[in-house]
Design a binder for this molecule. Structure first.
Ligand SMILES: [Zn+2]
Ligand SMILES: [Zn+2]
Length: 138
């Protein structure tokens, strides 16, 4: 069992397993819902979700879910498919690797992570900005 949670901890996820790979999507819906990019990590086997989950019927064939307390995006799910969880719900993105980009031709021109020259480490960021120690999170 792999466990994940939202930002506030009210929603808890237990998955029998997770895919070893994840996707990023640049379709218009995912860009709006995910704040620019949406990443997905398929569940494998049984899943159990508890907490204040809200569901939005995004299309006639799929739903998107979020935590009603903190607003964390939780999943995208086609009616006949597995939960496609947001990787950030799991420590280290469940160990998955980004292997494919969907709607790649719709990526905003300014999104090029590989070419970003200014990369700031956790230590450097936290030495100059307010932050919450990870151990203090719920
Ligand atoms: Zn929450
Ligand atoms: Zn999409």
């Amino acid at each position: 069992m792999i466990e994940g949670r939202c930002l506030c901890g009210a929603v808890r996820i237990r998955a029998e397993g997770l895919a070893g790979t994840m996707s990023a999507c640049f379709c218009a819906n995912c860009q709006r819902w995910g704040g620019g990019i949406q990443m997905g990590l398929d569940a494998r086997g049984a899943t159990r979700v508890t907490g204040p989950v809200k569901i939005y019927r995004a299309t006639p064939f799929s739903e998107r879910a979020w935590c009603d307390t903190c607003g964390s995006s939780l999943w995208l799910k086609d009616d006949d498919g597995p939960h496609e969880f947001c990787p950030g719900l799991f420590d280290n993105a469940g160990g998955a690797e980004l292997t494919h980009v969907v709607y790649a031709d719709r990526k905003p021109a300014g999104f090029d992570f590989a070419g970003v020259p200014d990369r700031i480490s956790k230590a450097d960021y936290e030495s100059n900005n307010p932050f919450v120690p990870e151990g203090d999170m719920p």
